[in-house]
Design a protein around this ligand. Structure first.
Ligand SMILES: [Zn+2]
Length: 428
């Protein structure tokens, strides 16, 4: 088909029309234009190949249901279906978001561990909500994500193949990201295969290498279809499989994974060992649901602190806390325990709604922050950043109410009752 020119008019299904301003880019499936609708700019993805009506109707349905979370660059409007051609409008991606593949090539780096964990949390949460809404994504790969390296904010694009459970629009996925049963053509993509692809993406986000690409894959000069079926389908081997060292990462090729793996707390390593272990690879219904990943990254954030050297580091509760950057011993900071959460009390550390509020799973709203006393930097306190009253009991038995902006002393055995009766305690 011919390309649209500047100021061309395209009709929308809901009525009205958009004006083409310019071409932004081109991919395998279509062309992306900058368009204007009622004075506001959008991106228009226009399919260059004829599409099935079913594909159009599915997108129409997804638009009506709305985006699962703000992380999705979800389709917002369809153009009129004309001679098997159409396009859809979505929000524009701003330049502070970078292609995930650029992170993998080290062209872009996260500003901090916090930003990286935030990206992992947002991706886990986005797929949790997507699956909760009854959808599967079906084509999860490194080309779907754009990330802000400063904040870790994520935008998920290419949501055109998102479909309700049990429905497949003909997409299989991208090799290296497809679940083994999809590679072997035993199954079409579904929520279980999404979970496998999600684990691959999360591993790559943290360790910057592929979880199934170690010396077995490096030894092959050229990946034939047969080899691909072997390494990603019939016999994938995790590079850090504790039971099978056949596919260990190779220094000089998989250096990132070799350097980063030992730095992460044990519970994160264990989660990936499980995700890429024999049973999760071969039994799709045993894969970790997204909310488990979300909990793991919340826990990782609870254990991430900023050392005085300026770098962030993990406090692994199973070993002596040493800064991963300057090797300084960080002592044994107190932890605020709330239900099953253990938040390391260290200056700059934050609590969130899901910690301190009853039945909350809001992981973005900050409710408290550990601060240092200006006159005596060795005195730390947890500032109440909510409008709730927190009732505290000090080790001598005295009680006090801590209101907005007031500070709970960070001492061993201090007990806190947050809003709704949620109980916390500072422990060693
Ligand atoms: Zn340090």
């Amino acid at each position: 088909m011919k390309e649209f020119k500047s100021s061309d008019k395209i009709e929308l299904k809901v009525g009205g029309s958009v004006f083409v301003k310019k071409k932004l880019g081109e991919g395998g499936q279509g062309i992306v234009y900058l368009v204007e609708l009622n004075g506001k700019d959008y991106a228009l993805k226009w399919y260059t190949q004829p599409c099935k009506k079913e594909f159009y109707d599915n997108l129409d349905n997804n638009i009506r249901n709305g985006a699962p979370t703000g992380a999705f660059l979800w389709p917002q409007f369809l153009t009129v279906w004309k001679e098997k051609q159409f396009g859809y409008l979505m929000a524009l991606r701003t330049p502070e978001y970078h292609d995930f593949s650029h992170f993998l090539l080290a062209k872009v780096r996260f500003a901090s561990l916090s930003a990286m964990i935030s990206a992992a949390l947002q991706i886990s949460n986005a797929f949790r909500e997507l699956h909760r809404k009854g959808y599967s994504y079906q084509d999860l790969n490194d080309g779907n994500f754009f990330i802000n390296p400063q904040t870790g904010d994520v935008l998920i694009c290419d949501n055109d193949n998102v479909a309700p459970y049990g429905k497949n629009l003909g997409i299989a996925g991208k090799c290296r990201y497809m679940a083994p049963e999809v590679v072997l053509r035993k199954n079409l993509p579904n929520a279980d295969s999404d979970r496998f692809s999600l684990a691959v993406i999360l591993f790559m986000l943290l360790f910057n290498n592929h979880p199934l690409e170690g010396k077995l894959v490096a030894a092959v000069p050229c990946l034939t279809d047969e080899m691909e079926r072997l390494f990603y389908g019939s016999n994938p081997v995790f590079i850090f499989d504790p039971q099978n060292d056949a596919n260990r990462p190779v220094m000089g090729i998989h250096t990132n994974a070799i350097r980063r793996w030992p730095v992460f707390p044990q519970f994160i390593q264990e989660a990936f060992v499980r995700a890429f272990g024999y049973s999760c690879i071969h039994e799709p219904n045993r894969r970790e649901p997204e909310n488990e990943w979300q909990k793991l990254f919340q826990q990782l954030r609870d254990q991430t602190v900023k050392c005085s050297c300026g770098s962030e580091t993990f406090i692994d509760t199973t070993s002596a806390p040493v800064c991963i950057n300057c090797r300084k011993n960080l002592g044994d900071p107190l932890k605020l325990t709330i239900n099953r959460h253990r938040v390391v009390m260290f200056p700059g550390q934050k609590t969130y709604s899901f910690h301190t509020r009853l039945h909350s799973d809001d992981y973005t709203t900050i409710t408290g922050e550990v601060i240092q006393n200006k006159n005596n930097p060795n005195l730390w306190g947890l500032r109440n950043l909510t409008s709730d009253n927190w009732m505290i009991t000090l080790p001598d038995g005295s009680q006090k109410s801590i209101t907005n902006n007031e500070v709970v002393p960070v001492f061993k055995d201090v007990q806190i009752i947050f809003a709704g009766g949620v109980k916390g305690e500072m422990v060693g």
